[in-house]
Design a protein around this ligand. Structure first.
Ligand SMILES: CSC[C@H]1O[C@H](OP(=O)(O)O)[C@H](O)[C@@H]1O
Length: 339
C-alpha cells in the first residue's frame, strides 16, 4: 500500500456507513496541503472529476460510481438514473474506467427493483472501489518480478515513470507505482525517476506519495528523460494508462509517447500497468481513443494561442508488456483477458 493512505485516503465512504457521503483527498491542493473534501451530491462528484480534485483513471471510475449513488439519493427512477449517468459521463472523455464504471452501475441498477436501487448503487460503488484496491495490489505483485529480474546487489533498480499512476490515481496501491511499493516492501533497493509532467505537474503528486512512503526518488523535468536513458540510468519505464485499445495501443498522460520513443531508442524496457477496467475491448486501436483537450489556462500562456491535449497514444509496438491483475502479457495478446 502506498504511503499516507491511513491519513489521506484518495476516496473513502462516510465513516458511519450511512450511505450519505464520501470523502475525497483534494488533489488540486497537493502537494502543499492534504485536504479532505466531502461529496454529498451528483454535482459534487461531477465537479471533483471535472476539475481534477480526484484524477487518475481508476479513481475517476470509482468516484463516478459513488457519484451515481449520491445522485440517486432522492429519486432512483430511470429518468434520474439516465441524467446522473449522462452528467458524470460528460466530465472527462479519455479514461475508459469512468465509462466502464457507469456502464456497470447502469447494468446493475436497471436490474434492481426501484426501491432497492439506492442501496444497490452504494453496494456496487463499494464493490468497484474494493476491486480496484485488490487489482492494483495484484499489479504490484506481477510487476515485482520485473524489478527483481533487474536487481544487481545493492545497486538501486532505477524505474522511470510519468505523471502520477501511484496510489493517488487509484482507490489504493496505484498501478505503475504498485510494483515499486511491492519492491520497497520486499526490501529491494529501488529508486524512481519522477517526471514532473507539464502542464498539471502530476509528477509532484508522485513525489509527494513516494516521500510519504519513504521510497527514494528524484524529480526531473519531463525533457530530461531522454538524456537519463541515453546515460544508462534507467533500468525500465513503467507508466499508467487511461485507455488501452484492444490492439494494445495505450492512451496515457501527454508525454508518455515521447518516453516510449526514447526507451525504444536506448533499449530500455517500457511497460504499461493498468487494471482490466482500463482496457477498452470495444476500441480497436489507439487512433479511436478520444483525447481530452483541456483549458488553455492550464498552460498559463496569457493571450498566446494554446493546444493542451491531456493525453497521447503510445503504439503497441513501443510497449514491451502490459501489467494487469491477471499478469504480464505482450500488448498484441490482450484478447486473452477479454472475458
Ligand atoms: C492509474 S491511471 C493514471 C493516469 O491518469 C492520469 O491522468 P489525469 O491525471 O489527467 O487523470 C495520467 O494519465 C496517469 O497515467
Amino acid at each position: 500500500m502506498g504511503g499516507g493512505q491511513k491519513d489521506y485516503p484518495t476516496l473513502i465512504e462516510d465513516a458511519g456507513g450511512r450511505n450519505e457521503s464520501v470523502l475525497i483527498l483534494d488533489q488540486t491542493r497537493l502537494p502543499s496541503e492534504a485536504v479532505m473534501l466531502r461529496l454529498v451530491s451528483l454535482e459534487d462528484a461531477a465537479h471533483a472529476i471535472r476539475v481534477m480534485q480526484v484524477r487518475g483513471a481508476p479513481l475517476i471510475g470509482a468516484t463516478a460510481a459513488y457519484g451515481v449513488a449520491l445522485g440517486l439519493a432522492d429519486d432512483a427512477g430511470d429518468t434520474r438514473l439516465n441524467h446522473v449517468i449522462d452528467t458524470l459521463a460528460a466530465t472527462r472523455p479519455t479514461a475508459v474506467n469512468l465509462h466502464w464504471a457507469l456502464a456497470r452501475m447502469r447494468r446493475v441498477l436497471q436490474e434492481s427493483a426501484l426501491a432497492a436501487r439506492r442501496d444497490a448503487a452504494w453496494n456496487e460503488a463499494r464493490a468497484i472501489a474494493t476491486e480496484d484496491k485488490a487489482a492494483n495490489a495484484a499489479i504490484g505483485q506481477h510487476g515485482l518480478s520485473l524489478l527483481q529480474a533487474r536487481q544487481q546487489g545493492s545497486r538501486p533498480i532505477n524505474v522511470m515513470t510519468h505523471c502520477n499512476a501511484g496510489r493517488l490515481a487509484t482507490v489504493d496501491n496505484g498501478t505503475a507505482i504498485s510494483p515499486v511499493y511491492a519492491a520497497h516492501a520486499a526490501g529491494l533497493p529501488v529508486h524512481v525517476w519522477v517526471s514532473e509532467t507539464r502542464p498539471r505537474n502530476q509528477g509532484l503528486l508522485t513525489a509527494w506519495e513516494l516521500r510519504e512512503a519513504g521510497v527514494p526518488h528524484t524529480l526531473i523535468a519531463d525533457n530530461a528523460a531522454g538524456l537519463l536513458m541515453m546515460q544508462g540510468k534507467v533500468d525500465l519505464v513503467i507508466v499508467g494508462a487511461d485507455r488501452i485499445a484492444a490492439n494494445g495501443d495505450t492512451a496515457n498522460k501527454v508525454g508518455t509517447y515521447l518516453k516510449a520513443l526514447a526507451a525504444k531508442a536506448h533499449g530500455v524496457p517500457f511497460y504499461v500497468a493498468a487494471p482490466l477496467s482500463t482496457i477498452d475491448f470495444a476500441c480497436s486501436s489507439g487512433d479511436r481513443i478520444p483525447i481530452e483537450e483541456r483549458a488553455a489556462e492550464e498552460l498559463g500562456a496569457g493571450d498566446t494561442p494554446v493546444a493542451n491535449p491531456a493525453f497521447d497514444v503510445t503504439p503497441a509496438a513501443l510497449i514491451d508488456g502490459i501489467i494487469s491483475e491477471r499478469g504480464i502479457v505482450r500488448p498484441g495478446t490482450l484478447e486473452q483477458w477479454n472475458a
